[in-house]
Design a protein around this ligand. Structure first.
Ligand code: G4P
Length: 529
């Protein structure tokens, strides 16, 4: 197969949802279709069970599982599908945000009874910001839930999407009869008895056909006719270009657990979802069709074995072919590197491969050379953009609890930060170190890993701050900026890249500061234009 054929057949995406909406179940059913697993229950649940949220042993166990499920790949209808795992737990939201920099599209799973939930809102907002094409899957139709039209409204309102249903449910819960597949003009019947079997559906282009009444009953048939009429009137017609530009989001209904509506989703997905997309770097747009290799690290996973402190760096290939043992430039270190055992992912296994193509993820063994965001090229000096840090919401001073081990502590902290476990800030005034995280869980993870992997001990002191803002003055030499720095001295720090940040103790402080120093912009994200 030629390079371009390899590229055209790849679909790299992430599934996002609020915990419990059915992401794991859907992933598993997709893998079943791809023949990548043989039976349900094979994909280990990669979520932190309720009630175990402060148990770091549980987190350690999860880390082991999540290496295996970081990338799940399979072939379906000759397409190479790469699913990138995104933790649903909110304390790991930053990890998910970063993974979203490596996907070309996403599927959002929504629970029909719960509707749009908090975590979904946050994640979809990031997707919208990045103009990532989205397909919505409304799950658990076998249960009583919200009215389909109300849900579509909710998705539009809360998620800010412009939807077009490509399938529509016939009843729900106890009365769930199936779906009408608008995309393929087919009727798919649901029966509690043949739950796990997949039918091809009945071709039904003309809904006025009285056969419809015979099959689903007169009342249901009339309701469906009315509802579909409304859909055709109210919602925009599907248009692939609009979907690819993230201006239109198709919606499917189904039940992942019952394997219902999943095939329709996958069939449509493989047809419409984007092939590997171009990516912006600091100097130019890199096209996936370029023959020279470029790629970037979006995730680093520490090995489970503390004796060998090696890590796996996950590289998304943007352009070109990644070849085993070929020399590549690690741009930040300005160093040529060769990789003798790059891992590719297939279903739940990883294996050494000779070649990988745009859209693929390769796992590179790393002894501490990589940081999240690092770029690999064949020699060109460029850095991919769009792997920002987001403002943490929890802050603690970190202190050394074992003075004999200060070097170990430094090294451990630095490596954990490279992995993206949390963010480290150094206060300008006194040089004290502050760890910022999205959730409280990470503090336990850090303490535990410092001790077990680096032999260092730390203690924390709470720092009651609201957010950290990246400081962006219009003019670094202006009097206003000088005054800002003087007055706010106690609250200024540097992030790991040496960028200036401002610690704000409340949203009000941010507002006041912004109005007092209008030429000094404050951002919640580390990358800004
Ligand atoms: P997540 O990864 O998004 O967190 O969700 P997951 O797939 O683990 O699903 C959460 C729960 O919802 C699971 O039940 C799962 O079986 C159930 N579920 C998923 N899809 C459907 C569906 O279409 N219909 C119905 N009725 N339930 C569905 P659980 O009891 O929490 O877990 P388990 O013990 O079944 O694993």
């Amino acid at each position: 197969m030629s390079f371009l054929e390899e590229l055209e057949r790849r679909r790299t995406f992430g599934i996002i949802s609020h915990p419990d909406a059915g992401k794991t179940t859907l992933t598993e059913k997709l893998l079943l279709f791809g023949g990548a697993i043989k039976e349900a229950g094979a994909v280990k649940n990669n979520k932190i069970k309720k009630g175990a949220t402060s148990d770091f042993m549980e987190i350690e166990r999860q880390r082991g599982i999540s290496v295996a499920t970081s990338v799940l790949a399979f072939i379906y209808k000759d397409k190479k599908i790469n699913i990138l795992d995104t933790p649903g737990h909110k304390d790991f939201a930053e990890d998910t945000f970063r993974t979203l920099t490596a996907v070309d599209s996403v599927i959002v799973v929504i629970d029909v009874a719960k509707g749009v939930e908090a975590q979904t809102e946050k994640l979809v907002e990031v997707c919208r910001m990045r103009k990532i094409p989205i397909i919505v899957f409304i799950n658990k139709m076998d249960r009583e839930g919200k009215d389909a039209f109300d849900l579509l409204d909710e998705v539009e309102q809360k998620l800010g999407l412009r939807v077009t249903p490509l399938s529509f449910p016939i009843g729900m819960g106890y009365d769930f009869k199936g779906i009408y597949n608008i995309w393929e003009e087919k009727l798919n019947l649901f029966s509690a008895d043949n739950k796990q079997t997949i039918s091809e559906g009945i071709q039904f282009s003309d809904l006025d056909n009285p056969e419809l009444d015979e099959i689903i009953g007169e009342t249901a048939a009339n309701t469906l006719r009315e509802e579909l009429e409304l859909i055709y009137e109210v919602y925009p017609k599907f248009n692939q270009e609009e979907y690819l530009n993230a201006d239109l989001q198709p919606v499917f209904f189904g039940s992942a657990l019952n394997n219902f509506g999943v095939k329709e989703l996958l069939d449509c997905f493989t047809e419409i979802a984007p092939t590997p997309q171009p990516k912006m770097s600091d100097i130019r747009l890199v096209d996936s069709k370029e023959e020279k290799l470029t790629g970037f690290v979006f995730k680093i996973h520490a090995n489970m074995d503390p004796k060998h402190r090696d890590r796996l760096a996950f590289v998304k290939i943007v352009s070109g072919t990644f070849k085993r043992n070929a020399p590549y430039l690690h741009v930040r270190n300005n160093k040529k590197m060769k990789f003798s055992s790059p891992n590719a992912f297939f279903a739940e296994k990883k294996e050494i491969v000779d070649e990988s193509f745009p859209g693929d993820i390769v796992g590179l063994h790393d002894t501490g050379n990589f940081k999240i965001g690092d770029t690999l090229t064949e020699g060109e000096i460029l850095n991919f953009k769009g792997i920002p840090s987001f403002s943490p919401e929890h802050f603690r001073y970190v202190n050394n609890a074992d003075p004999m081990k200060s070097k170990q502590l430094q090294k451990g902290l630095s490596q954990l930060m490279d992995e993206g476990v949390a963010q480290l800030f150094t206060l300008e005034m006194n040089g004290r170190k502050v760890i910022g995280t999205v959730g409280a869980l990470q503090y336990e993870v850090i303490q535990y890993r410092l001790e077990h992997e680096y032999g260092a001990k730390c203690s924390y002191e709470n720092l009651p701050m609201h957010k950290v803002c990246w400081v962006d003055p219009d003019d670094e030499k202006s009097e206003e900026f000088k005054e800002f720095k003087r007055v706010k001295q106690r609250y200024l720090a540097k992030d790991k890249h040496g960028k200036l940040v401002f610690f704000a103790d409340s949203g009000f402080t941010i507002q006041m500061t912004q109005s007092k120093y209008p030429s000094v912009k404050l951002h919640f994200v580390s990358e800004f234009e």
